[in-house]
Ligand binder design. Structure first.
Ligand code: FES
Length: 118
């Protein structure tokens, strides 16, 4: 099912092209069913809007996420992946533990839950 344009409104992200569904629960659930949901530090949850990286998705939600190089070199954006799967969109030179990801290098493939350093 495809939502009509009237089911979307601009949000307060500062980007004029940033729109998200605001329809009723049934329509919203059907629209969102295939879009990965991102849960952060066990309290913030939002839907992935197909930004370039998970880091970009976090920033679009005004969630403070550490970063430096944005290119997979420094490891500053290291986070723990508590649940779900990610897909890497750029290579990394950082050694990671099995449960760690680089938010600048990946996007969610499924619903995910991540833990950012506080
Ligand atoms: S910001 Fe440097 S590896 Fe992600």
């Amino acid at each position: 099912m495809t939502a009509s344009i009237s089911e979307y409104v601009p949000v307060q992200s500062g980007r004029s092209d940033d729109v998200r569904p605001v329809a009723g629960a049934a329509v919203q659930a059907s629209v969102m069913s295939g879009i990965p949901r991102i849960k952060v530090n066990n309290h913030e949850t939002f839907f992935y809007q197909y930004e370039f990286s998970l880091l970009d998705a976090l920033e679009a939600q005004n969630i403070a996420a550490p970063y430096s190089c944005r290119g997979g070199y420094c490891g500053c954006c290291r986070a723990r992946l508590l649940d779900g799967e990610v897909e890497y969109v750029q290579d990394s030179l950082v050694d990671l533990a099995d449960d760690e990801i680089l938010t600048c290098c990946c996007v969610p493939r499924t619903h995910i839950e991540v833990e950012l350093p506080e």
